[in-house]
Design a protein around this ligand. Structure first.
Ligand SMILES: Cc1ncc(COP(=O)(O)O)c(C=O)c1O
Length: 362
């Protein structure tokens, strides 16, 4: 318990502008929140239109293992049900995997989503970080170094694309590492993969499941359904069976189960989202790169990591933005990003334009 208290600030998530409004003594108000990284289109219209129909799902128990979500993964990615386990968002799986597999020592590619580390430590696992560096634009510069570090670990955690850097480790390197180390586990979080250009070629989801790779996947980002909690894990039949045996029943709620199969009919929405993200990325990156005091880092996802060096303290920028109604993700609680990094999740074009003008008016 002491560990959790100590690390509350270290593991804080985005999406909480109230915290900084209080910290800067600013009056409570609605802000445009760029600290979250959800689909800028908002949830699919079909879900909103049919919302009243889902009400009935709350009267009964859902299926024990979230069958409606499993159906989405079967039809969308061709993943047989024996290779998939649905969760209450992918977060449930991030925490279940280390509990069940009882790794002794994991290597986490950082800076990355905090919960890989938190879940590992809570399961009693020793953690070593493998830092990606800003001087290499947060991409893997030396595979041999990773191979050396892997020798002392029994599992690797990696985000593809990685949050908050937006970098995507090439699939071929990853598959080669998994082949080189058949006794080690590779836990790959592809929560943002559907935003990536030509994502099917890049993703591990559409590959034949490998004996030592687990893919964590989320539907909450790409369909902007974070409150619904939708996601799961993909792996070999044997690995999934181990996880299923340890999972609590009914963690996927009945409404989520009803909505997941509907997402199979959202091809136009998906295309529109990817085009929008690609267009906004180009515009935002180009404009930020022209600003004095901000360095944007290349990203493959629907968000962008930037470094602030116009003043010594990122708080100067955070206060400037918040007092004008915009909020970005302060990344200083990510180890390796203490020096003024912040993340921008893309929103609608005119909101992005507003942020760009606030950034340039500092
Ligand atoms: C990289 C990454 N993985 C997983 C998650 C958890 O997503 P969810 O539990 O909503 O599926 C998040 C949420 O921010 C994330 O950023």
């Amino acid at each position: 318990m002491g560990f959790l208290m100590k690390t509350q600030a270290q593991y804080r998530h985005g999406g909480a502008p109230e915290f900084d409004l209080r910290r800067f003594n600013l009056p409570h108000k609605r802000v445009c929140d760029f600290s979250v990284n959800l689909n800028p289109l908002g949830s699919p219209m079909m879900v909103r239109e049919k919302w009243s129909e889902f009400f009935l799902a709350i009267e009964n128990y859902p299926s024990i293992h979230g069958d409606g979500v499993t159906r989405y993964y079967e039809d969308r990615f061709g993943i047989p049900s024996r290779n998939f386990l649905a969760g209450n968002g992918s977060t449930e799986m991030i925490y279940l995997v280390p509990k069940v597999f009882r790794f002794e020592h994991v290597l986490i590619v950082t800076p990355s989503y905090h919960d890989y580390e938190r879940a590992s430590i809570m399961a009693g696992t020793k953690v070593t970080r493998f830092p990606l560096l800003s001087k290499n634009r947060f991409s893997l510069s030396n595979v041999n170094e990773m191979i050396r570090s892997l020798k002392n670990s029994d599992a690797l955690w990696l985000g593809r694309p990685n949050n908050p850097t937006g970098t995507l480790m090439p699939k071929e390197i990853l598959l080669e590492l998994a082949r080189m180390f058949p006794q080690k586990w590779f836990i790959i979080d592809e929560a943002f993969i559907q935003f990536v250009d030509r994502w099917k070629e890049q993703s591990l989801l559409c590959e034949e499941p490998k004996p030592n790779i687990l893919i964590i996947h989320s539907l909450t980002k790409f369909y902007a359904l974070a409150g619904l909690r939708l996601g799961g894990v993909v792996g070999s039949a044997e690995a999934i069976s181990r996880l299923r045996q340890a999972k609590e029943p009914w963690t996927v709620n009945g409404v989520a189960e009803k909505i997941a199969p509907l997402l199979l009919q959202c091809a136009d929405y998906e295309q529109e989202a990817r085009s929008l993200v690609a267009k906004e990325y180009k515009k935002i990156f180009r404009k930020l790169a022209m600003l004095d005091g901000i360095t944007p880092f290349p990203s493959t996802a629907n968000f962008l990591l930037c470094q602030w060096h116009k003043t010594e303290n990122l708080d100067d920028l955070m206060r400037h933005l918040l007092s004008r109604g915009a909020y970005v993700r302060d990344c200083r609680n990510f180890p390796g990003l203490e020096e003024g990094f912040f993340r921008v999740g893309f929103r609608a074009p005119r909101e992005n334009d507003l942020l760009l003008s606030l950034l340039s008016s500092f």
